[in-house]
Write a protein that binds this ligand. Structure first.
Ligand code: BTN
Length: 238
């Protein structure tokens, strides 16, 4: 593991996309602040006093779409170890606590004739206390929920130690991470609307399959969908 730390950068994901050629496998880039932090769907990722980092993977690039589930399970375990909390994983890329989003994950890859690298970007709301009106109902931070100041360096070190072990197991075919996702599956039994084949569909989330797909019951059928083919647009409790 090699760490590169910036005070300010546009985006740690973008930095790795532009520099992966010169960097080693398992390089971690973190920043205290991003001027152009990116979220999924080209959204902006705002930060204040948060943990922002990206991990570069260049070796063993199999089954890459499940890497966001893998790192989510490593973060879940680290939250449990450091703060003794039960968070839940909102397949495929978010971690929730007290029904609010605390962590966002953005998986990107660089592909030419083969997959050159995968970049796992993670934003963890750590010490931010105020959120814009539209985020206030949906998002929170560890400090806001737990009432303690988060040591971001300690959190990053612990997550990466855990992730290194978990990635080793993942590359050997161990699927323990899927049990963590299933046992702490935020969407279980929730009704969702999603876009599938350009259509807006409603359904109920049932489980996670052994290949990391989400299983959704919709109009009498059970659909097994991967994160590339489904986009969840809203979640509501029945
Ligand atoms: C999401 O939309 O939920 C994903 C957010 C991912 C944000 C992180 S912060 C570090 C890394 N650099 C970026 O520009 N984005 C990711």
């Amino acid at each position: 593991m090699e760490f590169i730390k910036f005070d300010v950068i546009d985006s740690t994901n973008k930095y790795l996309k532009e520099n992966y050629n010169k960097l080693n496998h398992n390089t971690i880039v973190s920043a205290l602040h991003q001027t152009n932090g990116r979220g999924r769907g080209n959204r902006v990722w705002e930060d204040n006093d948060d943990l922002l980092f990206s991990v570069l993977l260049k070796d063993n690039l199999n089954n890459i779409s499940n890497l966001s589930l893998l790192i989510a399970s490593s973060i879940y375990k680290t939250f449990k170890k450091l703060y003794n909390i039960e968070s839940s994983i909102k397949w495929p890329n978010d971690i929730m606590f007290n029904n609010k989003k605390i962590v966002g994950i953005l998986l990107e890859s660089v592909i030419s004739s083969k997959i050159e690298c995968v970049i796992i970007g993670v934003g963890i709301n750590c010490n931010t206390m105020s959120f814009s009106d539209d985020l206030l109902v949906k998002a929170s931070s560890l400090k806001k929920e737990l009432g303690i100041v988060i040591d971001k360096d300690e959190l990053l070190k612990e997550i990466m130690n855990q992730f290194e072990k978990d990635l080793n197991e993942f590359n050997k075919g161990n699927q323990e991470y899927l049990n963590i996702i299933r046992n702490n599956f935020y969407l279980r039994d929730k009704e969702v609307t999603f876009t599938y084949n350009n259509k807006i569909v409603k359904g109920k989330c049932l489980d996670i399959s052994s290949n990391g797909n989400i299983l959704i019951e919709s109009e009498g059928h059970i659909l097994s969908l991967n994160s590339g083919e489904v986009s969840l647009s809203s979640v509501y409790k029945k």
